[in-house]
Design a protein. Structure first.
Length: 144
């Protein structure tokens, strides 16, 4: 299997077709594909941190990682995202998993648990929004 660049549009199409609880993100800094010959096994989309408090210019966030179930594909993509982000000058890469997910692929790729994040809605009285994603508790992971 080989990691290759992929367009944002193609990565989004894969996420929309395969991801179990999210649609594609709004934008990205870069996206990578994992290919097994001509078969697309998975994608990782990396962008600015969703939390404005973490958007310091040297931190990026894996906003989506999606695979077709190919063994070891998630850990290969997490490791590749960390390498590419480092080559681009980023000092820290973060991502989130649901608290119910074990994070096995992240541990295998050398990431560490950073903090536990209490789940909440994006809906606010002055800015009404409809939540289209899980709002439960999450774990923030980090790789330097």
């Amino acid at each position: 299997m080989k990691v290759r660049p992929i367009t944002f549009r193609a990565a989004c199409a894969f996420v929309d077709a395969v991801h179990r609880h999210h649609k594609h993100p709004q934008g990205h800094k870069f996206s990578l594909a994992l290919m097994d010959g001509a078969r697309l096994c998975g994608v990782v989309i990396v962008g600015r941190p969703v939390s404005r408090h973490l958007d310091d210019g040297v931190t990026c966030e894996v906003t989506r990682l999606c695979t077709d179930g190919t063994p070891n594909a998630p850990s290969k993509l997490y490791a590749a995202a960390r390498r590419v982000a480092g080559a681009m000058g980023y000092e820290r890469v973060i991502t989130y998993t649901l608290a119910s997910e074990p994070g096995t692929s992240l541990v295998a790729a050398g990431w560490t648990r950073s903090t536990y994040v209490k789940g909440q809605t994006w809906n606010r009285p002055k800015r009404a929004r409809t939540d289209k994603h899980p709002t439960g508790d999450k774990v923030r992971w980090e790789s330097k």
